[in-house]
Design a protein. Structure first.
Length: 329
């Protein structure tokens, strides 16, 4: 089936400093595309396949939106989200299900508690068990079910690779990335996820995030609506204080985390970054992506300086700050 790049092919992307001592190093690969699409910087092995994980959600949402389903604003954002399960997130998911006339039990993602601590604590106090609707991928799954309803496709097997919806997702993914996946496996939520190189992933994300509402092609008109919905509703993509939401709200970027250290980010001018932390840790992914955009001239360094305190990068000792997780790109 293949594998991601090796440590010998990786580059250092970030370090963890404690009292001036470099305690840990994050290595991985990253690529930066100029607004016109050419590669302007590469770190590590950027053609080696990676699993986009939740960074694939924009492609999945766009496949839904080009299947006869209108998603705008918050609905487009929740379909793309790795949300933290707040009541606001759950209300949006229920809204998508209601449009299809389906109960929450139709969701085939795993049952989980919200990752938002306050929301989780409230459910625990109420004696509520984990549910699929509070799982971080439930918005994507609800959107998939809505597409099935709109097209008369079977509901119960919507995650099967040979289902019409999954075939459409694969077609959109290949068209936008320009690459045939080297492997297809099952993501944590139960949906198929396809492996492509980082450069291909960056190209696909750039096409979505830079789409125009006046494009003659429906794929790109819907891509523009998706990007607008994400940028206008950063809270829905992740949740309070979570890195993607903070980056979207503070920097005006299109930003999407993927499990195991994947991150994609597109600035307002179209400059795009895709990266993979080899150790799978996401803790430095957003700051590395943002600093790469600064290096490409797409973001102001001062704006990222102001953002960093909100990204949870402090290293603590005895309850006080003694160091920081720092991008080295």
């Amino acid at each position: 089936m293949g594998e991601t790049f090796t440590a010998s092919a990786a580059a250092q992307l970030a370090v963890v400093e404690r009292g001036g001592f470099i305690e840990s190093r994050h290595v991985g690969s990253a690529v930066v595309l100029a607004p016109e699409g050419e590669v302007v910087r590469e770190l590590g092995h950027t053609s080696a396949p990676v699993l986009p994980r939740s960074s694939m959600k924009p492609f999945q949402a766009l496949a839904v939106m080009t299947s006869g389903v209108t998603l705008r604003g918050e609905d487009a954002a929740i379909a793309t989200a790795s949300h933290s399960g707040t009541p606001g997130h759950v209300a949006l998911v229920r809204g998508l299900l209601a449009r299809a006339g389906l109960p929450a039990s139709a969701l085939r993602c795993p049952a989980e508690f919200p990752t938002d601590r306050a929301s989780r604590d409230e459910l625990v106090r109420a004696g509520t068990r984990p549910e699929p609707i509070t799982m971080n991928c439930s918005g994507k799954h609800a959107a998939m079910l809505l597409a099935c309803h709109a097209n008369g496709w079977a509901i119960g097997d919507y995650l099967d690779l040979d289902h019409p919806l999954q075939k459409r997702i694969l077609d959109v993914f290949e068209r936008l990335t320009g690459e045939r996946p080297s492997a297809t496996v099952i993501d944590g939520c139960g949906a198929p996820v396809h492996a492509v190189g980082l450069t291909a992933l960056a190209r696909g994300i750039q096409k979505i995030a830079s789409s125009s509402t006046s494009s003659p092609f429906a794929l790109f008109r819907e891509g523009a609506a998706l990007a607008e919905g994400v940028r206008a509703n950063g809270w829905a993509i992740a949740g309070p204080g979570r890195p993607d939401s903070v980056a979207i709200d503070r920097l005006g970027v299109f930003s999407k985390f993927g499990a195991e250290g994947v991150q994609v980010m597109t600035a307002a001018d179209g400059t795009t970054v895709a990266l993979k932390m080899l150790d799978g840790s996401p803790r430095a992914s957003v700051v590395v992506a943002a600093r790469l955009l600064v290096g490409a001239g797409a973001l102001e360094a001062s704006a990222v300086d102001a953002l960093e305190p909100e990204l949870g990068l402090d290293v603590l000792g005895g309850g006080r700050v003694v160091g920081r997780i720092r991008a080295t790109v």
